[in-house]
Write a protein that binds this ligand. Structure first.
Ligand SMILES: *Cc1c(COP(=O)(O)O)cnc(C)c1O
Length: 464
């Protein structure tokens, strides 16, 4: 393909800076530097407007599970657009793609998670969840059960509801979040917060904060607990093995609803269809989005258990989005699920590529800057530290070193993100062992350059 019809990069960058407000970005500084413009993609690789190829270590934003360039999804969209581009399901109507997708999700989801309420994103789905769990308890005659417990450094989206459930201090600092009746407990982040405790003891302690919080609030006021099986945007925080069984014991004991936010961990990222299957968790509601369509169309939703769905069904639920169950998005999601299933992509992750990534990524732990290098399925992270032995933090503002490392990575044509001073990847599930090897070469080079830079700048210093 030629780029003859494309304006020069500088012209695009100027227009972008003049008119496009980037999410989660300081647009002033970006405008001066110019955004990198991605023009096409195939498999696990992106191409920018200068024709340079990058490895997409982040699968877009954790979503392009089947990789880029799958013609079948474009065809499914085109077919559906010709046949029925839009119709709603508000007023006693339905349509074929939404019916088939809901049934397919009920088949794939574990236990009695048999009912789906659709949205166009993970944020919207979590907003649905807030209203649904409160309405559930109201219908059960316990309207005082309104409080939802979530976690610091969890991520549940960027709407008023999603951002409130999330425990991102930087988000709460802007725009009046969180909304009332949301309470946050600490995350199970052993490397960063575990001190002298063993990971197992720390995992139990962090789970027991849930019980302490339920008791402090009064169990009769608590509606639900929401958490990601593995925290994604918080920095790919993999909980100690002791954490989830204890959380399950606590939600069972106090009879509160468990919402597993599977927006990242769903659809194969942890080597099973859903992350709760790999942790043995039994949630009442699963939040889904991202990998549901591999990002080819915006679609999300809540997969709901029989008990909650049947209770909600007793009355009109005054909630919905114009694009809930959008036919084109649903048709594309179905095609994506077909490919994931028929091509055995999830089994390949579990049996071949996740062990390969674990081994290759783990080898980075010998690097002087790396405090830990961990992975689960196709999610991996490493902690940058000025002193491995003490798990020390840098003296610079948190995120300064991570940002420097990310800049080197981007220059090395590897998309790797930073969260504070953790580096993270979550590549498309179709990444091959050869691609993983190349990714690791670029990541190691990036770490070497970062180390040299920190030494040259006198930044290899432990926080006071
Ligand atoms: C991305 C994400 C969301 C929000 O999804 P959007 O589609 O961006 O609204 C919610 N929860 C988790 C765990 C996510 O990673």
């Amino acid at each position: 393909m030629t780029l003859t019809n494309m304006p020069p990069t500088a012209e695009l960058q100027a227009l972008d800076a003049a008119h496009h407000m980037h999410p989660f970005t300081a647009n002033g500084p970006l405008g001066k530097k110019g955004a990198r413009i991605i023009t096409r993609a195939q498999g696990v690789r992106l191409t920018d407007s200068d024709g340079v190829e990058l490895i997409d270590g982040m699968a877009g934003l954790w979503c392009v599970n089947i990789g880029y360039g799958r013609r079948e999804l474009a065809d499914a969209a085109a077919r559906q657009m010709s046949e029925l581009p839009y119709y709603n399901t508000f007023f006693q109507t339905s349509h074929v793609p939404v019916i088939r997708l809901a049934a397919k999700l009920a088949e794939l989801a574990p236990g009695d998670l048999n009912h789906v309420f659709f949205a166009s994103s993970g944020s919207e789905a979590n907003d649905t969840n807030i209203r649904m769990v409160r309405q559930y308890w109201a219908l059960k005659g316990q309207p005082e059960r309104r409080v939802i417990i979530a976690r610091r450094n969890g991520y549940h989206g960027s709407t008023m509801g999603g951002g409130s459930l999330g425990g991102m201090a930087a988000m709460h600092a802007q725009g009046g979040l969180p909304i009332p009746d949301i309470t946050h407990i600490d995350q199970p982040y052993w490397w960063g917060e575990g001190g002298e405790m063993s990971p197992e003891a720390f995992g139990l302690a962090r789970a027991r904060q849930l019980e302490e919080t339920i008791l402090a609030l009064g169990p009769e006021r608590v509606a639900a607990f929401i958490a990601e099986p593995v925290q994604g945007a918080g920095g790919v925080i993999i909980p100690p093995e002791s954490y989830w069984p204890e959380v399950q014991r606590i939600v069972d004991r106090y009879g509160i609803l468990l919402i597993a936010d599977e927006v990242i961990t769903g659809f194969g990222r942890l080597g099973q269809w859903f992350g709760v299957q790999s942790y043995g968790i039994r949630p009442h509601i699963l939040t889904i989005a991202k990998g549901l369509s591999s990002g080819y169309q915006p679609i999300g939703g809540s997969i709901v258990c029989d008990e909650v769905a049947q209770t909600i069904a007793q009355d009109e639920f005054n909630h919905g989005y114009t694009y809930s169950g959008h036919p084109v998005a649903a048709a594309v999601a179905l095609e994506n699920l077909r490919i994931l299933e028929e091509e055995g992509i999830i089994e390949r992750v579990r049996e071949q590529t996740a062990p390969c990534l674990a081994q290759a990524w783990g080898s980075l732990s010998d690097h002087p800057l790396v405090g830990e290098a961990v992975s689960r399925g196709m999610m991996a992270s490493l902690a940058l530290t000025p002193d491995k032995a003490t798990r020390a933090k840098f003296r610079s503002e948190p995120g300064t070193v991570g940002f420097i490392c990310r800049e080197f990575s981007f220059a090395n044509n590897l998309v790797m993100r930073h969260v504070g001073d953790r580096m993270i990847i979550a590549p498309p599930l179709v990444i091959t062992p050869a691609d993983i090897a190349e990714l690791i070469v670029r990541a190691r080079k990036t770490l070497d350059q970062t180390l040299d830079h920190l030494q040259a700048e006198g930044m290899l210093r432990v926080a006071a």
